[in-house]
Design a protein around this ligand. Structure first.
Ligand code: PRP
Length: 180
């Protein structure tokens, strides 16, 4: 697995620092709001579990499963919601927790979907933001780090369902996805 990585973009320590900063910002804004934190599976799983343990206030977990990339490096353009939330979001403060905001298609779809549930507020928290690839007008409210237009894997992010278990975020060697 490691031989497929061209270089490390964010080390474990750098990721931890960004997660801690985001946790501090969420604490400042949500400490009294008992928010519903929605983890967008599968990619956000590592980020979510590291983030929530740094929030010293009441909150609820929720999970949605959304995907659009299939097995490749390019989005299919069509987002599939494979699992919805169970919690009644009406009147609740909701924060969607994502690993990466890339074209924006996934979050654009999810935000529209979640708004139909009439939350009191709905914000986006993403560890990574790749604004150069955006295909819809969408900005996250909380961004860990803005990254260049490289295909990244690790810390939950996959290529062909692999590499999610890397503890760092790395750039995949183009040869890996050019000649699978
Ligand atoms: C990835 C990632 C985000 C989305 C971002 O999910 O976890 O949810 O792509 O890309 P976008 O801004 O271009 O929509 P993916 O569809 O690969 O599913 P996964 O979370 O199961 O890996």
């Amino acid at each position: 697995m490691l031989q497929d990585i061209e270089r490390v973009l964010l080390t474990q320590e750098e990721i931890a620092a960004h997660v801690a900063q985001l946790a501090a910002r969420l604490t400042a804004d949500y400490a009294e709001k008992d928010p519903v934190l929605i983890c967008v599976l599968k990619g956000a799983v590592n980020f979510f579990k590291d983030l929530v343990v740094q929030l010293p206030f009441h909150c609820e977990y929720e999970f949605v499963v959304a995907s659009s990339y299939g097995g490749g490096t390019q989005t299919s353009g069509s987002v599939q919601l494979r699992k919805d939330v169970f919690t009644d979001l009406r009147g609740r403060h909701v924060v969607v927790i994502e690993d990466i905001l890339d074209t924006g298609l996934t979050l654009d779809f999810l935000v529209a979907h979640l708004k139909t549930k009439e939350p009191a507020s709905l914000k986006i928290c993403t560890l990574l933001d790749k604004p150069s690839r955006r295909r819809v007008e969408l900005q996250a409210d909380y961004v860990g780090v803005t990254i260049p237009n490289e295909f990244v894997v690790g810390y939950g992010l996959d290529y062909n369902e692999h590499y999610r278990n890397l503890p760092f975020i790395g750039i995949l060697k183009p040869a890996v996805y050019s000649h699978p």
